[in-house]
Design a protein around this ligand. Structure first.
Ligand code: BGC
Length: 758
């Protein structure tokens, strides 16, 4: 293939090469008939296949063929289950293969910086590890079927306001640890065929021209070898783009820029070898797709609909369940309220919108049960109030055993292209939940939303079931969870703050400003709330089950390691109940305890595993951690670095609840610089027992009062208080030389530093 591509590049004219680097229409790459270079098609997703329906006789890019809508990104992340997400990828890969789509435009892997981002439902998490792992699983699923993916939107595309022109200003550490990390994990683990560059600028440079990110980091550091395409319309200057490593402009821009690129090559502003490199990657992609295409592939809608239901089961998060009001009993007399029970909200608006064949509503799923009655209460479309509808629902709630209110965000509230202004449900829904809980004390709220909402009624209802936007199988999956035919096992992939103002990006998130300063730095999501010890509505990783789990003893296979070694962490998980269920074991690391010299979050998610446990089953779970579990990005050395010290490895229920921990001492194989120098302070030296022993005489000499000396020294010492520890705490080694009136010499200091470092 290599030789074939090289030969083709030689045969292509400059004009042909330039034209190849832009699409032929909204969804296709260019064909060069003269040389037999075929065109291949890409299509949107990623919660299903959104392939333009050319046969529908219209040229409308928004008319797509019927396909199956699987749970959206946020729901998939809530499963905390990489195997499950791989299965979704495989099913979508089968559809693409059968529909002759070379690559699906997803997954969306941007960090949820604010609950307001209009595309949060498409994205996975506020945490880069969870997000990156889920993205990697999706990519490997799709690609196992011989179909490509486009990991998007690279990078720092965390809002929709001014999405084509805002500039994400992010400090290097936050960029590396949060916004790039999620992409780094996905690229390194799953090798996507393509990456889609984002609309926005990062630190002043348009992403479609960002050589540092598109080439230096993505390719040279992470080893990405595929094709970079632009988001639709994201190109500003194609000459700069090609030089920076943007291979393919999408969609077709009607040759708007071709002549500019040709001129630039002719007058030497653009090296032709840069252009050739882009052409090579495009041809590699095209022929990879052609070679992997299977003409005989078919897919079955009904089968995939059933898969969508089963997947949805695993994504639902049980947020509250008092008095064991759930699961409902078959003979409970239940009132279901809410327009969403009839017309569920199960996907978001915009380019990911799937044209579904069949959608399960909750009411449809519960037809078998004659003990159920329904009242609309409010519309699923908007915040309109209808007196009769509202009061009928409240009245009916008085005479039933339990009430299930299916609430959520109407389509218009969250969508690609704009952000939300607030975090609230429509008022009519909040009011109705309050009114119903006045007359019935067994209220269950089911939520259909793509992003966190406020819950002013949280203490008034007995149960809350967060289904997010769970795909076309949502109705059956929710009904199963409500009646205990399935056991909720999702966990929140993001924090639900009590109020929008608590969110770390609140001050800097705005539609009026183009330059968006990410002032919270690495403190996104739970990293911020836990550092501030701020109460939240529901923490990251939170979720209940109908089963009850407990944990046995935790162990690690070492207490001391170098950062080029690994540590194995094991713990037993026990299902203490009669109900089979799944637990998500979450492992976090708390850094540099207790004397970290670097600003770190309280704890960071470093591994997770979802396990199925039969009634009363006990299983041992283990994790292997390497350097990445302990390191931070050190901007002094432009590399990941493990600060020497103690780290708490914690098994947690969620980001706020530690079940067990073990402390491991980790040393860098190569210290970034000698540990001690002239500016090392007393306090730091004394924290290390070995160093303390060596340095003690040095400081003693400084403090020791010569009986022959006059009293001035004593007066000075007294002025600092009588505790020499406090006096010395921040004293550097060189202060001692400078201030000891010759008692401690420069040579003493040099010798000490030498010994300490040895
Ligand atoms: C979106 C992408 C999408 C593309 C094609 C853009 O507006 O940002 O996510 O894949 O359109 O529809």
């Amino acid at each position: 293939m290599d030789t074939k591509i090289k030969t083709l590049i030689k045969k292509l004219t400059l004009e042909e090469k330039v034209s190849l680097c832009s699409g032929s229409d909204f969804w296709h790459t260019k064909e060069i008939e003269r040389l037999g270079i075929p065109s291949v098609m890409v299509s949107d997703g990623p919660s299903g296949l959104r392939k333009q329906d050319y046969e529908a006789g219209t040229n409308n890019v928004n008319t797509s063929i019927k396909a199956v809508c699987f749970p959206t990104g946020v729901s998939l992340a809530a499963s905390f289950d990489e195997d499950l997400v791989r299965r979704v990828g495989e099913a979508i890969g089968d559809e693409c293969q059968a529909e002759n789509v070379a690559a699906i435009l997803g997954p969306g892997n941007n960090i949820k910086r604010s609950p307001l981002c209009g595309r949060n439902f498409e994205y996975y998490s506020e945490d880069p590890l969870l997000s990156g792992k889920i993205a990697a699983a999706f990519i490997s699923g799709v690609q196992s079927k011989g179909v490509g993916t486009s990991l998007k939107h690279f990078c720092a595309n965390n809002q929709e306001f001014r999405r084509n022109s805002y500039d994400s200003r992010i400090d290097e550490r936050a960029l590396r640890e949060i916004y790039l990390k999620t992409f780094e994990i996905a690229v390194r683990e799953s090798h996507p065929w393509t990456v889609m560059c984002a609309y926005n600028l990062v630190n002043g440079v348009q992403m479609s021209e960002n050589k540092r990110l598109l080439t230096d980091i993505l390719r040279n550091e992470w080893g990405f070898t595929g094709l970079v395409m632009s988001d639709w319309g994201a190109v500003r200057d194609r000459v700069k783009g090609i030089a920076a490593g943007l291979d393919l402009e999408m969609p077709y821009s009607y040759d708007a820029y071709d002549s500019l690129v040709i001129e630039a090559v002719k007058d030497g502003r653009l090296d032709e070898s840069d252009l050739d490199r882009c052409v090579k990657r495009i041809l590699e992609f095209v022929y990879k797709a052609v070679e992997n295409h299977n003409d005989e592939a078919v897919w079955n809608k009904e089968e995939h609909h059933l898969i969508a239901r089963d997947i949805a089961n695993e994504c639902i998060v049980l947020l509250k369940n008092e008095e064991k009001v759930l699961p409902l009993r078959n003979d409970d007399h239940v009132l279901i309220i809410g327009g969403f029970a009839r017309t569920p909200r199960f996907q978001g608006g915009g380019s990911s919108h799937i044209n579904c064949g069949s959608v399960d509503s909750i009411l449809y799923a519960l037809q078998w049960n004659s003990k159920i009655i329904f009242e609309e209460g409010f519309s699923a479309k908007d915040d309109s109030y209808d007196e009769a509808r509202f009061s009928h629902a409240v009245k009916a709630a008085k005479d039933v055993d339990k009430v299930v209110i299916v609430a959520g965000l109407p389509d218009l509230y969250e969508c690609e292209g704009y952000d939300r202004d607030h975090m609230d449900l429509p008022k009519v829904q909040n009011n109705l939940i309050e009114a119903v809980s006045e007359v019935n004390s067994h209220v269950v709220v089911v939520l259909e939303n793509g992003s966190p909402v406020t819950m002013p009624w949280v203490d008034r209802v007995e149960a809350i079931l967060e289904t997010y936007l769970c795909g076309e199988g949502v109705g059956v999956a929710t009904a199963r969870a409500l009646y205990g035919k399935s056991n909720p096992s999702g966990r929140l992939p993001e924090t639900f703050p009590q109020r929008l103002e608590d969110n770390p990006s609140y001050i800097d998130f705005s539609g009026d400003i183009t330059r968006i300063e990410y002032r919270e730095g690495i403190f996104t999501g739970y990293r911020y709330y836990s550092k501030r010890k701020m109460p939240v509505l529901f923490p990251f990783g939170y979720g209940l089950s109908y089963s009850t789990f407990s944990y046995g003893l935790m162990s690690t296979d070492t207490e001391k390691m170098k950062d080029d070694e690994t540590v194995e962490v094991s713990i037993d998980v026990i299902n203490d109940s009669m109900i089979p269920g799944k637990e998500v074991v979450q492992l976090y690391v708390e850094a540099g305890i207790p004397n970290t010299k670097v600003r770190r979050p309280v704890r960071e998610l470093r591994a997770f595993k979802k396990v199925f446990l039969d009634a009363h089953e006990r299983r041992s779970i283990s994790f292997i951690l390497d350097k990445s579990a302990f390191a931070y990005y050190d901007t002094d050395i432009s590399d990941w670095y493990v600060e020497p010290g103690d780290y708490k490895i914690e098994i947690c229920k969620n980001a706020d609840e530690v079940i067990a921990y073990k402390t491991v001492n980790v040393m860098p194989k190569k210290p970034k610089k000698p540990l001690y120098d002239e500016n090392s302070v007393y306090k730091d030296i004394m924290e290390n027992p070995n160093a303390a022993k060596i340095a003690k005489p040095y400081f003693d000499k400084y403090l020791f009062k010569d009986p022959d000396e006059d009293s001035t020294d004593e007066v000075a010492t007294e002025a600092f208080g009588s505790d020499p520890e406090i006096f010395l705490r921040d004293t550097t080694l060189r202060n001692v030389v400078n201030m000891s009136f010759g008692k401690v010499t420069y040579e003493d200091m040099k010798e000490l530093i030498d010994r300490l470092n040895r």
